[in-house]
Design a protein around this ligand. Sequence first.
Ligand code: ADP
Ligand code: 5GP
Length: 181
Amino acid sequence: MISGPSGAGKGTLIKEVLPRLRDAELAVSATTRPMRAGEAEGREYFFLSEEDFARRVSEGDFLEHVRYGSYSYGTLRSEVEKNLATGRTLLLEIELEGARSVRKNARDAVSIFIRPPDFEELKRRLVGRDTEDPAEIEKRLERAREELASADEFDYIVVNDNVDRAADELERIIIDSLKGG
Ligand code: ADP
Ligand code: 5GP
């Protein structure tokens, strides 16, 4: 599980590290948030309407799901089951509450927290990414304070100061925890 506040660089680091890992894949979550430029249906997320998301919650399709900012996000059972069948390493990119709930149910899961160098830099990155309006950014920054205060719950903390350095560290952690487990 890879977690950390919005704008810390989770997506950037995963994109960098995923191609270097053999036999690993990223679970595609479902969300009700609008698709960003450059994203594709079924690649970054399965993009659902609030109605379809609620229906799939009631049908038991999610291992966990949360409200985050103004939208819903959830880990699909089907993604995890598909992966269990192949025996590949599954990466989940997931916020704090989701990580807590997966940790309870999958005790062998390894959790990694991606931390920005400091709060001001987090703000700069989130504003600079320019994918949310100011109100949504404000919600994410508020949530970030709680997430940053919970970093110690995670097995590892990677400070994303420099992409190349942090990606190397993340790769090493994943490879080493696979050897251990
Ligand atoms: P997250 O997936 O955690 O929300 P992103 O990967 O989208 O974060 O990164 C947020 C923004 O910060 C993006 O615009 C990205 O290009 C930029 N970014 C990521 N890592 C770094 C870094 N080490 N230094 C500077 N900018 C970064
Ligand atoms: P974003 O809108 O920036 O893609 O994602 C917002 C937050 O939702 C990020 O912290 C991301 O890790 C989290 N997230 C994405 N998918 C899931 C999921 O399936 N479950 C949970 N709990 N969080 C998710």
